[in-house]
Write a protein that binds this ligand. Structure first.
Ligand code: HC1
Ligand code: SF4
Length: 575
């Protein structure tokens, strides 16, 4: 280790530390903007492009960027000199001099890191003026909006897209004042292989990358007397929404969530968890079918649309290996517009299904026409956790004071198995709970498969189904998924089933969740809460959900093999 002194405080730190790391250890705050340290993903965005973390180093004539300067033994650092403070403020002023000043109506208003920094550094004037960039707003995709005018060239999105997701969509183009971050040839997003995972949106400090905002569409539907508006909430919303109302990370707010949606005026309030239970009915049957009838193995889960888009773009020769199951919210939308509409005597054309998702890619998924049944879409509008938070605030709903309410029935019942869909490892654990009983014909007493849990990006485990070993692989983050897929392509994969989620952590770390990057503990807290909700559920296996069982009896027929079940709940992928 080496010894350094920061603002008169002496600390011993590892040799490979930067000044910024050492300052954190010493309890000295140095402001940062482009820097992003993703400990759990072992990834650091260290472009040192924003120059906001400048500090004085004794015996050095020039200020040093703390995020990119390695410590040296005996180094004496000051962060609080007039020169350092002024340099930091100047860096922010320079960024602001080429930044739109529409903060009041910006999607990131009060949630923007540049704005917070300007306040923190007491910027009251912008001493620089000159040419401003004016680019075309890219609204070509259904999911992500790119506004290069608001880009501060921090390159965090590049790290997320290229290093974590290995998608290679975003990189710096041109030089000097003309530098932009965008797709090759600055093509519109829709013409790229973007998966819409939204991880670039999740790390962007400003509104250069945001989700397409669909809140107005939801308001319009809610106020249209001719529409019957049904809402469903993804598993991961209940452990994240509270954060937007000042609650602790991971607060479990299922009951308040249901109540708040009724206050907004939805006609029926449902849970995507029901769709997740249906997914397990189909997916567990499909896995057993592949195991017993020599089908293609491993079978890959298919509920994550960014992951599905990734395999279509990057491994087009392998699109026959994911499960053919549509994702839970799409299944739910389909069921709502068929079974539920019939049961309630509602014209499906008047029904609007809104999904509240932690995900940006779900917006693009819902727009895929091959998922439609007859001539209507199954899900009409998708909004993210963040957008729901905005709507609740718009409506003046005092979220944290709401009393708990339940979901509507039928279709509102769900099991512990479906709740854990929202975390990495949860979908495959849910599938194993059902596959175990269906394969062995015996009751599964210990429903928790701890070998499938955790946060490592790549995991493997074996599940013993009474002498029949099922080998399972789990990946979250598309870079990790790529490794598993390359093994399959090279004939080196020994797995029977693989769960893949595009976002680190699974849906709890989705691109539409309250901004959480920079604090690894947030996603872990959300994960603990999902397991807690599972533990507290009376029914913890999908095939024991009484409302699901009834629906198969009354309507769908046999899972996977039934004609209607197959027609409504399965799809094909296109290379
Ligand atoms: Fe997910 Fe899923 S768990 S994909 O991670 O299979 O988005 O939460 O809703 O559809 O159920 C997301 C979460 C979500 C689907 C389910
Ligand atoms: Fe890359 Fe995902 Fe952003 Fe698309 S949405 S540019 S794949 S990080």
């Amino acid at each position: 280790s080496v010894s350094v002194t920061i603002n008169d405080k002496k600390v011993k730190v590892p040799r490979e530390y930067t000044i910024l790391n050492a300052a954190i250890e010493a309890g000295v705050k140095i402001p940062t903007l482009c820097h992003l340290d993703l400990h759990d993903l072992k990834m650091v965005n260290r472009t040192a492009s924003c120059r906001v973390c400048m500090v004085e180093v004794a015996d050095s004539p020039r200020l040093a960027p703390a995020c990119a300067t390695p410590v040296k033994d005996g180094m004496i650092i000051r962060t609080d000199t007039y020169r350092a403070i002024k340099a930091r403020r100047t860096s922010v002023e320079l960024l602001l001099s080429n930044h739109p000043t529409d903060c009041l109506i910006c999607q990131r208003n009060l949630k923007c890191e540049l704005q917070s920094l300007a306040k923190e550094l007491n910027v009251r004037e912008i001493h620089y003026s000159g040419k401003r960039n004016k680019y075309h707003l890219d609204t070509s995709s259904q999911a992500v909006i790119k506004n290069q005018d608001k880009c501060i060239l921090c390159r965090r999105c590049e790290t997320a897209c290229n290093e974590i997701q290995t998608c290679g969509i975003l990189s710096a183009l041109n030089r000097g004042f003309d530098t932009v971050v965008g797709p090759a040839f600055n093509l519109p997003m829709v013409e790229t292989s973007c998966t819409y995972c939204g991880q670039c949106v999740a790390v962007c400090p400003t509104a250069a990358l945001t989700e397409v905002n669909h809140t107005r569409k939801v308001w319009k539907a809610l106020h249209d007397p001719d529409k019957y508006v049904v809402v469903q909430t993804a598993p991961a919303i209940r452990v994240a929404l509270g954060e937007l109302f000042g609650m602790e990370a991971g607060s479990l707010v299922t009951g308040k969530l249901a109540a708040s949606l009724r206050r907004l005026g939805f006609d029926q309030v449902y849970d995507t968890d029901f769709g997740a239970d249906v997914t397990i009915m189909e997916e567990a049957k499909e896995l057993i079918d592949r195991l017993e009838n020599g089908g293609r193995l491993p079978m890959l889960t298919s509920c994550c649309p960014a992951w599905v888009s990734f395999i279509e773009h990057q491994f087009p020769d392998m699109v026959d290996i994911p499960s053919s199951c549509k994702s839970p919210h799409i299944m739910f939308g389909t069921i709502a517009k068929t079974y539920l509409a019939e049961k309630m005597g509602i014209d499906p054309k008047k029904m609007v299904v809104v999904s509240i998702m932690p995900c940006v890619a779900k917006k693009a998924e819902a727009a895929r026409t091959e998922l439609s049944i007859d001539d209507h879409d199954n899900v009409d509008i998708v909004i993210t956790t963040r957008e729901l938070g905005d709507m609740l605030k718009e409506a003046g709903i005092d979220f944290d004071k709401l009393a708990d309410e339940d979901y509507d029935h039928p279709l509102g019942e769900s099991t512990g198995a479906s709740v854990i869909f929202g975390t990495t490892g949860g979908v495959i654990e849910a599938a194993m709970r059902t596959a175990y009983e269906w394969i062995t014909g015996e009751e599964l007493e210990q429903v928790e498969f701890h070998q499938l849990r955790g946060m490592d990006g790549l995991r493997e485990a074996t599940v013993d189904l009474k002498g029949r070993e099922i080998k399972i692989g789990i990946a979250h983050g598309l870079g990790n998924a790529r490794q598993l897929l390359e093994d399959i392509r090279n004939g080196k994969s020994e797995y029977h089933a693989i769960e893949i989620m595009a976002c680190p952590g699974g849906c709890i770390g989705g691109g539409g969740q309250p901004y959480h990057y920079g604090n690894d503990e947030v996603v872990k807290a959300r994960q603990r809460s999902l397991y807690k909700e599972d533990q507290g559920k009376k029914i913890r296996k999908s095939h024991e959900n009484p409302e699901v069982i009834k629906m198969y009896e009354e309507y769908l027929g046999e899972p996977f093999y039934g004609e209607l079940a197959h027609k409504l709940l399965h799809t094909k992928y296109t290379p």
